[in-house]
Design a protein around this ligand. Sequence first.
Ligand SMILES: [Fe+2]
Length: 453
Amino acid sequence: MRMGLGKNRVRFNLCFRCVRLFFFLGSLLPLPALTQNERQPIQQVNPSPSPRPDRIILTWQTEPATSQTVTWRTDQSVKTPQAEIALSDASAYFTNYATTFPAATEALKTANGEALYHSVNFSKLSPNTLYVYRVGNGTYWSEWFQFRTASKQPEPFSFIYFGDVQNQIFSQWSRVIRAAYAEMPKAKFMLFAGDLVNHAEDDTEWQEWFTAGSFIPATLPSILVAGNHEYARNAAGLPRISRHWDPQFNLPGNGLKSQQDLVYYTDYQDMRIICLNSYWLVPAQARWLEEVLKNNPKKWTVVACHYPVFSTAVGRENENLVKHWQPLLEKYKVDLVLQGHDHTYARGSNSPAGNTKNASETGPVYVVSISGPKMYTLGDRIGIARSAENTQLYQIITVDQDSLLYKSMTVTGELYDAFTLHKKKGEPSRLTELPKDVKTERRFNNTLKIPTK
Ligand SMILES: [Fe+2]
C-alpha cells in the first residue's frame, strides 16, 4: 500500500511495471484445472441439498429501512417455497400474525446435486422495527430468525467488515465470523471484501461458508463484493462469475447493466456503501462510480473492492485501479476504502493534494484486511500507518453523526488497530489515532511459526 503521490511515485520503476504486467496478463489466463492434491479432504460439512432449507442469507435488493431480502436453498422436491414474516414480539404467539409470501426460484446444478435457490423480498416494512421470519415449504421450515430494519434517520450504527475468507473456511474461518458476531451482535450488516471461497464453482466450499456462518448470515444482512476467486472461465476462456453468485446473493441491481449484482451501492441510513468489481471491466465502472459519488446525498461514503488500490506487497500493484478509480475516491472525499486480496493487514491514507499543514487531515483511508487463515508477507511499502502479518482479523466500524470509529480486532479479541474520523462540512475528515491493545506489530518473525512437514 503506497500512500501519497508525487515524489514517492519514482519508486515505481520500469521493472515493477513489467512485474505488474506479468501478473495482470497471468490473471487473464484460463484458471488451471484442479488436481487431486489441491483439494483439501473436506468431510466436516454435508453439502447435499435436501427438502429442509439451508444456506439462508439476508441481503438487500431495495431500501434497508423498508425491505429485506432472504434467500435459501433446497433440493428439487420443494414445489411451494415460501417465507413467513411477522412483527417480533416477546410473546411466542407472534406466529399467529405472520404473513406468507411465495418465493421466486432459480435452479442450480452442481457436483453436489441439483438445487433450487428461493428468494423473497419482504417489502413495505416499517423502519427501525424488529421482525421475525422463517423460510420453508409448508412442511419443512427453518427456525424463526429476527432482524431489525434500518432507521429512516441518521442514527448511530455499526457494521462488520471481513477481508478474504477463501481457505479452510469451515475449519479455520468459522471462529472469525463467530468472534465478530460475539463482539458486535447488534451490528447492522456484514461487508465481505471478496474471495469468500477458493474455487468459484466448488459447491462444497460454498457449503463450508454457510456452515461456518451458521445462523449469522440469516440474522445480519450481508453486502458482498466478488473477488478473483469468485471467478471461473467460460468456454472462450473469458472470466465468468461463479454460477452460485446470482442465485445465492440477491443484491440491489442498481449498478452497471452488465454487472448488476457485482457493481452496486446500498444506502444505509447516512452512509453510502459502494461495491466495485476490481477484477473485470474496471474503466467502465469509473463512469458509473463518478455518477454515484457525484449524486451522493449521504454524509459517509465507503467503497469496497477486492483488489486493493494500493497493494501491500511489491508485484501485487493494481495500476488499473490507481489510474481509473483512485482520482475519483480522492475527488469525492470517500471516507473508507475497504479491500482484500493481499492476505495481510495494512491501513494508510492519502493526504489531500497540497495539504502539508496538517498531516492528520486525510483523504480516503485505505484498508487491506484478511479474515481467513492464508497469510502472505508484507512488502516494503510507504505510508502504512499500521500493518500485520500472520493474523486473522475482523473490523467493526461505527458511525455516530460526525464521527466514525474504526476498530480492527484480532480473532482472539485484542484491539489491533483503531482510529476515528471526524467530519467537518467542506473540509477533509480529520483522523485521530487511538490506543491499541497490541503495541508491537505482528510479523512472521514474532508470531507462531508456519508448520514444516
Ligand atoms: Fe484475491
